[in-house]
Design a protein around this ligand. Structure first.
Ligand code: 13P
Length: 256
């Protein structure tokens, strides 16, 4: 049985003091829920502070990006070694990075390798754009992104995948539970082909894109979907807490 996960991607939001206030607001409520992995991914500048704030709790910490070299003259970049010292997870290949920062499949692949090398757990994001979806190319695009991201990687230790259809991100127009369950099933099938069935059954695969407290249940009750990567709603303590609580209740019911 895979442990469900709800991860909050704060994106480029919150100053250090705002991040502090947000963590303080949700810390206790999140900590009380033990059958769901709860991950928060604040901006780089708040990682060290948030790490101290969640010490001794069951809340886990992730970063939003990484560079693939370990050290050297790469002004402004953050290395896998620096992150491994601070947090457990790192989001890689988010569509906003692919779109605004020209991250290609090859770069995403290097970043995944770099993260795994230092023991960071990558949250690999893949998903089709609106025109690809409308042209019926979802399966092809998602398969290609998955395979290029994982090229040459023979060990998936701790890898998490987030299926985030680009048209659903920040638009308020989420995919349906049924659609995303199908695509996530396909991703799992690809993992089984690339690795083996047992590995595929163990990989945690999330849905992301306009998840809120109002629609989270639709996703987390699907058999292939192991949780959610939440953007906007993760910046509101009550929303994020409600998503985690609903996941805990639904999963508790399904496994009991
Ligand atoms: P929203 O939940 O704001 O649509 O963002 C989703 C996302 O990109 C999470 O990584």
């Amino acid at each position: 049985m895979r442990v469900p996960m709800i991860a909050g991607n704060w994106k480029m939001n919150t100053t250090v003091s705002e991040a502090t206030a947000l963590v303080n607001e949700m810390r206790r409520g999140l900590d009380e829920i033990t059958n769901v992995d709860k991950v928060i991914c604040p901006p780089f500048v708040s990682l060290a502070v948030v790490r101290e704030l969640i010490k001794g709790s069951s809340i886990k910490l992730g970063a939003q990006n990484i560079y693939f070299e370990e050290m050297g003259a790469y002004t402004g970049e953050i290395s896998p070694l620096m992150l491994a010292d601070l947090c457990e997870f790192v989001i890689i290949g988010h569509s906003e990075r692919r779109q605004y920062f020209n991250e290609t499949g090859e770069i995403v692949n290097k970043k995944i390798q770099a993260a795994l090398r230092v023991g960071l757990k990558p949250i690999l994001c893949i998903g089709e754009r609106l025109e690809e979806n409308e042209a019926g190319r979802t399966e092809e695009v998602v398969t290609e992104q998955l395979r290029s991201s994982l090229a040459g990687i023979d060990y998936l230790s701790g890898l998490i995948i987030a299926y985030e259809p680009v048209w659903a991100i920040g638009t308020g127009k989420a995919a349906t539970g049924k659609q995303s369950n199908e695509t996530i099933g396909l991703i799992r099938q690809n993992i089984a082909e690339l690795y083996d069935k047992e590995i595929a059954q163990g990989v945690c695969i999330l849905y992301g894109g306009s998840v809120t407290a109002a629609n989270a249940a639709e996703f987390v009750q699907q058999p292939e979907i192991d949780g959610a990567l939440v953007g906007g709603a993760s910046l509101k303590a009550d929303q994020f807490l409600s998503i985690v609580k609903q996941t805990s209740e639904i999963r508790g019911r399904l496994s009991g």
